[in-house]
Ligand binder design. Structure first.
Ligand SMILES: [Zn+2]
Length: 414
């Protein structure tokens, strides 16, 4: 038989096997391979520090015996006893029988709720009437006990007591058989259960200088992991039972608190874009191609009633000039872009008629002004030539074209 996996998982090695064999030979005991494996299983049970380990130890031993084709009923009983004792140590007072997957005789009692004390006293599961088997011809019960809330009502006709019930297993045996050892390990385990909420609490306080929300979050997060509260919680949510789930859930609070701390910073980084002042919208009234053989030119008339100050009007006209220069294309495939775009921001939303300019923006991306001549005087070589006005249009007394033109002041020329 290969070295059983459960023994390997529990840290037993070939070396332990050899030592056990020597000890068995010296003591004059049977030293068949399986006897030595059984001896190692017994050692594991003796080394158990809590009832959960004890339940697992007895279950493993029972399974090993069953696979050998031997009777394992007593060890199945001890595993259930260890489970019930574990519940008792958590302050649980009632249990439910889960036996739907066992034989006909056992599944009749599936879902019955009984007092935990009665369960320990009568140990109805595994039942001596059970007909289920696994590897051997002997009984292998699939029935077990599940914790329930104190408020659950006890079932009227509980399953009958089992005839022979072994002495309940005890943690007090310990590896050295000293009661004081077990006592200290019990207390240290009790203390160990408080380490997780304590650790979370300390982490929460460490967050305080950076973010009081993260701190408060972790302090609140630590509360359900305080043992009495946690035990009550797993009654409500049985999926949370198990040491590793408890630690994993608990420690999850730390990255969450970190996220709460970093979230405002991440949002802050994006805010400059959000707070950038948006320019008023504009509407394109008319586009007119004014190209000559030397230069492709486009005249655009736009309307933007929300732009009120001279600066705003200039900016809107410039933005329009730039956007239109980039998007408006000529039919000439060799040079599709306009070399010169001139935008006039109009006072009235009219597509034709006399121009009443509030701002003018001329844009020449090549830096050669409106003419495009390289030999031109310096003052005619520009990329932008912008002027604007802050004049208000009063419909009852409309300013003349001349007054509009006169009010335009240079805004930018470079
Ligand atoms: Zn059964």
């Amino acid at each position: 038989m290969p070295f059983p996996k459960e023994l390997q998982k529990a840290g037993k090695s070939q070396k332990d096997f050899e030592e056990k064999r020597k000890a068995f030979v010296n003591a004059g005991k049977a030293s068949e391979e399986n006897d030595i494996y059984l001896g190692l299983y017994e050692d594991l049970i003796d080394e158990c520090k809590d009832y959960q380990e004890l339940e697992e130890g007895y279950s493993n031993m029972a399974r090993f015996l069953d696979q050998l084709g031997k009777e394992s009923f007593e060890f199945q009983q001890k595993a259930r006893q260890a489970r019930l004792l574990g519940f008792e140590s958590e302050g649980i007072s009632k249990v439910r029988i889960i036996s739907a997957e066992c034989c006909d005789s056992c599944s009749e009692y599936d879902g019955r709720v009984i007092e935990l004390k009665k369960a320990l006293l009568n140990l109805p599961m595994p039942s001596s009437l059970c007909g289920a088997t696994m590897s051997s011809e002997f009984c292998w019960s699939k029935a077990n006990y599940q914790r329930v809330e104190d408020s659950a009502s006890v079932s009227k006709n509980p399953p009958p007591a089992t005839e022979f019930i072994p002495d309940p297993p005890s943690l007090e045996k310990g590896p050295k058989g000293k009661q004081s050892d077990a006592d200290t390990s019990g207390t240290s385990r009790g203390f160990r259960d408080y380490l997780l909420p304590l650790f979370l609490l300390i982490c929460g306080i460490a967050f305080l200088p950076f973010s009081w929300i993260s701190c408060g979050f972790l302090v609140l997060w630590s509360l359900p992991f305080i043992p009495p509260l946690w035990n009550r919680l797993i009654l409500k949510i049985p999926d949370l039972s198990g040491v590793w789930i408890r630690y994993a859930t608990g420690l999850l609070g730390i990255p969450l608190a970190l996220l709460i701390l970093l979230l405002p910073m991440l949002l802050d980084q994006r805010s400059p874009q959000n707070t950038r002042v948006a320019l008023p919208d504009y509407e394109v009234l008319a586009l007119q191609d004014q190209s000559n053989p030397g230069r492709s030119r486009l005249l655009v008339r736009i309307y933007a009633p929300d732009a009120r100050s001279a600066r705003e009007r200039a900016k809107v006209a410039m933005q329009a000039a730039k956007q239109i220069q980039q998007t408006e294309l000529r039919e000439d495939p060799k040079q599709p872009e306009y070399q010169h775009v001139s935008v006039v921001l109009e006072a009235l939303q009219k597509k034709s008629g006399v121009s009443l300019p509030l701002a003018k923006a001329e844009y020449a991306p090549d830096g050669l002004g409106s003419t495009g001549a390289i030999k031109n005087a310096k003052q005619n070589q520009w990329t932008w030539n912008v002027s604007s006005s802050s004049i208000a249009y009063d419909p009852s007394n409309p300013p003349t074209y001349r007054e509009f033109e006169k009010s335009l002041e240079p805004f930018q020329k470079r």
